[in-house]
Ligand binder design. Sequence first.
Ligand code: BTN
Length: 258
Amino acid sequence: MPLKGVSKQLGIPFIELQSVDSTNKYAMRLVHEGMAIHGMTILAHEQTEGRGQRGKGWESEKNANLTFSVVVNLKPLNTTQLFHLTVCTAVSIWEAVSNIAGDRITIKWPNDIYWDDRKAGGILIENSLGTSTGSTWKWSVIGIGLNVNQTFFSADLPNPVSLKQITGKEYNILEIAKEICTLLDKNFRRLLEGDVKELFKKYREHLYKKNEAVRLRKDNRVFTATIKDVTESGQLVIKHAIEETVEFGKVEWVMMNE
Ligand code: BTN
């Protein structure tokens, strides 16, 4: 049965741009101008002001990588459901990327795609409240950056990796984008039907460093803890002297080379 208001497919329409400041910004401008359509996807071969998590930028070589944003139209979500959207996106990218690069691909809490200890991709979801034909809608822009064919990275980036570096092969950017959109659409429908169990199962199964000891920083203190799990509302479950849950933003990963 088609879902009310979301019968349209994620990935359609598909807008391909040569260059833009940021596909997330472009999509958000369309949302604010009332021009956004659920499912609309914007891909750019170059971003001049790519945005990353926590106010950082997102560097990506022109014509080498995947940088795109998918617009979704949702009824207002609570914070738990917002994490479900992250899970849905991360699992969709994991499915596409692990098909190409194998089982060393993991999901680093909350929203990075890793190959061993190196970052292959990231997700930036931005939200907006808007009004459309009298009703209030919550729009989310799902921004996805994936290193595909780039082989040299700036020395400032701590641990990047691309699919080409992993497999030695060049990839068609548009084909990977469309595959991710197809998976995202399938998983998003599950999410709307309230079926998050399978998505969480995959997210947890492929969680970076699960059951391994890692270094974390919290309140300026660096400590060792074992990664145990992720809760439905998006907290990381860690175990050190005690078992506790920590929120994104309150704890930071300390990488090997720090
Ligand atoms: C991160 O910091 O890990 C998140 C990176 C997200 C980058 C993507 S690239 C497409 C979209 N447009 C942006 O400006 N950022 C996201």
